[in-house]
Design a protein around this ligand. Sequence first.
Ligand SMILES: C[S@@+](CC[C@H](N)C(=O)[O-])C[C@H]1O[C@@H](n2cnc3c(N)ncnc32)[C@H](O)[C@@H]1O
Length: 421
Amino acid sequence: MAIDFNEAFRVVLALMNNGVPVPEHFRSELPAIVSHWLHNPIKDPLILGNVEGEKWRRFLSAYGKLNHERFFILKKSAYLTRNGFKVDFTDFPFPPTSKKPKFKFIDLFSGIGGFRIALQSLGGKCVFSCENDPMAKETYFKNFGEYPFGDIRKFTGKGITDQELAEFIPDHDILSAGFPCQPFSKAGVSARNALEKENGFSCRDQGALFYDILRIAKIKRPKVLFLENVRNLERHDGGRTIQKIKNAIECDLGYSFYMEVIDASSVVPQKRERCYMVCFRNKRLKFSFPKINGAPKPLREILEPSPSASYTISKRLWVGHQNRTVRNLSRGVGFTAFKADLNKPANTLVSRYGKDGKECLVPQRGKKPRLLTPRECARLQGFPESFILPQFKLTAYKKFGNSVVVPLVRKIAFKITQKCF
Ligand SMILES: C[S@@+](CC[C@H](N)C(=O)[O-])C[C@H]1O[C@@H](n2cnc3c(N)ncnc32)[C@H](O)[C@@H]1O
């Protein structure tokens, strides 16, 4: 017997809205609390604890008996809980593993779930996710049946004691995080310089979020930290930023620190150099990144056969791109617009791609070039075809531009799991 996830989610939320006390600080997090709980109904809901847990379990069992026909459906991906009910996740393309998990992980700054797809496919179970962009949360929910919690600082900020943090964030083996990169990325740094804003760690909004990761790691002591960031992290502030990260991980935390810049273009048809960091609690474990060195993949491999005409850029935009490219090339600064070579990998997909597509315009015979479609962007990042795309085009471009290359992360994670699990 299995409980349909969507119905269970709806009825528990309705029960909660009937006046169950949720601390003010977490009131907006109810969908996250309930959906996280449905992934592990043996345990008590995060934040709320065992009184609510017992109540929800009793309520769902009783509700199930009353609404037997509609509520219980037997499907494959369900799993059994202490109270004898299973939750059915077959409406979601990436259901949690129904077997005993090989390891548990948390998905911080989850975006649309690139790390999660990779780690789940290796037998991992996600026990906590957080992401503060509402559109990314919606996409994440549609794919995994879980609303990530919002701002990480609700769990790590000044008012939260170590004991509260330890209780709120479940124990886990791998902490995965592609932490916000704008303060370190080349484009981010020059835009911030132009606006005379802070960048790197002094950027209070985003750069400093590394210290939130550090605080979680200090208290929860997972076996592994698996982090990803832009290539420029290595060079930022003359190498001082990466040195600070390394020192914090090695000295404050007492973990080992391995880092490598890897280009994804032999795994997916996109030039994407990223900085990957793997850190072990057990310093005796020796780690080497997988060798990623095949032939670069051609962009044509992932193109849709007949995308809608709406992706073709206007004459005005194309002329504007060309004029600016000529001007910028003569000054040696600024952007240049590229018509892609279909036999080579695409340029790096960035979050602003949807604005005008200048990083990668697909040539078309007898027409102006076109933007990549959201599905093509998903493929450039190695997301499976079953991935449900963000609802709006601009959101899709932004989210895929920020996400990780799933199969590459999987290759690194595979090496990690060989070492540890
Ligand atoms: C580089 S992206 C990570 C993308 C993700 N790895 C993926 O595969 O889709 C960083 C994410 O952190 C989120 N973010 C920024 N500040 C945050 C905060 N304070 N708390 C939670 N998430 C935050 C952003 O919305 C963004 O989606």
